[in-house]
Design a protein around this ligand. Sequence first.
Ligand SMILES: [Zn+2]
Length: 299
Amino acid sequence: MVLGHERQIDYLNKVLKRGRMAHAYLFSGPEGIGKFEVAKAIAKSFYCEGAKKSLHDVCGECVQCRLIDSAAHPHVVILDPKHTLVSKKVPRSDHGRTGMAVSRPEGRDGLATESLAKKRKEIPIQDVRELKRVFSLAPQGNNWRIAIINNADKMSQEAANSFLKLLEEPGQQTLIILLSAYPEMLPQTVVSRTQVIKFFGGRAGFSQEDKELRQELALLVRQRDLPRAFKFFEKAVDNDELRKKTIFLLLATARNKLLATPQRESVMTIKEMLRIAEIMETTNVNSRLALDVLFLKLV
Ligand SMILES: [Zn+2]
């Protein structure tokens, strides 16, 4: 389950469902906000035993999901300056084929990995070569080859040049996801061959996304745009996080109105709105209708 980044995830779910993924994406945005989780969820949506091409449906617990999480999935290559790839022959793969190469992070134990991570500052050419090798294998059945490159701006010059060639001719059934907090450090030739998706920082408090949501709702209230508002609420009904934020923002708007024009009527309105919000979150009342009523109390 991936939390936050609803807009980005909604968009990705749509293109996944339609089978209209770009060959390469660049997820840009601050470190530690969940870009990597979203990228892994995309890979899982291809392989999870329970997924139906939706980032929300990946289980995170089946064999396929766990292989992806441990960077050991034969068709999902994860590059990261924190660990290196080693190509390893195993006698039997999970699919029963023989002699399949599996990519694993180096280091047999936590300590070895940790000291290695301290030494590693960049993604070396060897890792890109290994990625190219996996991508050069003929696709078997419906298997997609997926690359996730964490901190892509840390590719060495040599690695970036080599990677560019892969980006130019990625091959059939391949998907590349670059992640970077400093996309301006990436060669323009690389960036121009990706579709950029921006992620905004901060899961707690108000993110850039929330500010946009607040502006959108404020505009709907100001313009008394009922058709657009009702359409907006339709989206919020099945999306827990968006619904909660919408309720919160509608109540905040009512509060601001009350502060601007303190009247007994406004106090009553807020009381009613709070009651509706409480009913919405504690019973299985029709959420869409309730959101519509909340909005109508405001305009
Ligand atoms: Zn799974």
